[in-house]
Design a protein around this ligand. Sequence first.
Ligand code: ADP
Ligand code: MG
Length: 723
Amino acid sequence: MLRDQVGGQGEIEIAQSERALHALEGRTDPFQVRRQNCPMPTTQAESAPQKALRKMGLTRDIDLALHIPLRYEDETRIVKLKDARDGDTVQIEAAVTDCEVQYRGRRQLVVTVDDGTDTCVLRFFTFYPSQQKSLAVGTKLRIRGELKGGFLGFQMVHPSWKPAGGELATALTPVYSTVAGLPQAYLRKAVASGLARAELGDTIPPDVPKRPHWTLKEALHFLHHPTPDVSMATLEDRSHPAWQRLKAEELLAQQLSQLQSKRARDKLKAPRLKAKKGGLHEQLLAALPFSLTAAQRRVSEEIARDVARDVPMHRLLQGDVGSGKTIVAALAAAVAIDAGWQCALMAPTEILAEQHFRKLIGWLEPLLAPRGQRVAWLTGSQRKKERGEMLALIASGEAALVVGTHAVIQEQVQFAKLGLAVIDEQHRFGVEQRLALRGKMLEPGHEPHMLMMSATPIPRTLAMSYYADLDVSTIDELPPGRTPVVTKLVADSRRDEIVERIRAQVAEGRQVYWVCPLIEESEALDLTNATATHEQLSEALPGVMVGLLHSRMPVPEKKAVMSLFVGGQMGVLVSTTVIEVGVDVPNASLMVIEHAERFGLSQLHQLRGRVGRGAAASACVLLYSTGDHGKLGDTAKARLKAMQETSDGFEIARRDLEIRGPGEFLGSRQSGAPLLRFADLMTDTHLLDWARQLAPVMLDRHPEYAERHIGRWLGGKSEYLKA
Ligand code: ADP
Ligand code: MG
């Protein structure tokens, strides 16, 4: 966005865009073929720039109008050299006084120009003979580029230039982000056409409080072509009123569309679930070997209140790793079962499903049996016969609790009375899968209550914007008696010391995890790494059982390894896949993460949460390797530093958001759904608050404004937010 970043634009680039412009000639409006709101036809021969436009998602007029410049160039005035300073990007008019090819290390064309107040040297390292000719002594030029004021006077490297004279621009010239095959000049013209044609009537009702001063139309026209007197700083930090309007609109669209889907959902019916006196819920509470934390009690009550209504619950239960979400889910399940309905529990992988719910089943099964009820398992790797039996149990209603992976929501699964669905690690499930759950209700217009659980706490601002349609419960305290985990950063070169440390831990009867990273490009390489580590450790630790777990292993084998580790016979577990380590082994006191620099922050935090679950002092060693560069990248460094400095899941999440931005942070929930392009949740909280307050008022009092607003901003994409 910096005006003074301009310059260095070589002749070649200009020549290319000019060629593209010529290619447009003969057609008065190359964009005419496109209708508003209608994607460009792809069957007809599409020119390269048209194709590029489509790929960039610039298909509707409004899309083009919302393609805001990256930065601007100032072609509105001619600067005198005597008034210019080192580093300024300026436009001057001057006459050529000298032009020659020199050899100073590199062959270069050196042109001296004089504007009557001072001289300036222009340097070109690539040039054509024809260009050399048009820069002949005596020619008057208009030159634009970045001035370097050295000891020997001003110079510009590869400035752009054309003959002097001609009109000056009246507004700053926009520079748009673009891709290969889409020349800037073509894009500029496309955006200008889109902007001129787009329907930009106001969609914010006239009578709303704190209505932005600028209209969208004014704001967009200004942002594409700001007047030269604008303060660049306010465009850069997006505090300019035009930017404020744009961001307010965007946040409003997001809030409207989520509120709209929430209201649509509120029209659906769900069964009223209430615990019975002396029923399963009470029995489960009585049977627990511990008492609930205050936070667990609070969120359980929030959930109980939700499911007692005949409107489907959509609640996100967030709590740090180890905060005890599972028992909260079990209590909710007990309420559903008490009320005579079935409950489904899903986890993203088989091992996770088994590990996560083993305890829960241990608690519930003995209580269910006397009632003639059972727990059913559903997984992808099940034998046909077993699966058939399970499906029958589910269909008859005998299975009060159904536990499993995605298999739970597959088509053949027919529930007798599904009342509550609990989804663990919800961010790993896609929108479609949650939609499928809705289809499990026998009566149309009905939906089971949904409880989603996540160990990645969502920072408040993100929750308010992206998850505005969800109710959120937070477990903000850990069960008592946990010992904090000490985190150490250790260079890979000191691996031997770590092996010694493992030996000592195992000698004390403790267990150790060793996690190798997942290298997405090469699963095979992954495996070799993990296998090699496994061999090394087995060799270095005679008499210790060292296990290996990786994603390619058949499920029964994985289960066998896991049960040896859970049972305590296995001292060290080497694992490739992060997710498979979602286990609860309180005796494990050391977690070693190899190539920790390759993991995401929340992954690291989750992994670390696997230790420190018992009373023993626990540690997490982040082994890092600086690779060939001998240096860690900035973001890797920031992640490792965050891990060392805090173990608070919320602080970790906040830093993760800072490091990664909301796009990556949100992961699959937003797959296909629009992310915020203009607003920044860190700085625009006042606009977010405004949008949150306005959205319900608009839907109530000005539904037609709301409809138009959503259509303009989200086009066809808002469907995704409805899941
Ligand atoms: P997460 O929130 O990561 O899913 P879990 O539900 O797996 O955490 O709980 C972690 C461990 O803490 C389990 O062993 C669980 O039995 C135990 N736990 C849960 N709640 C309490 C509590 N209130 N007091 C003591 N231990 C608890
Ligand atoms: Mg859990």
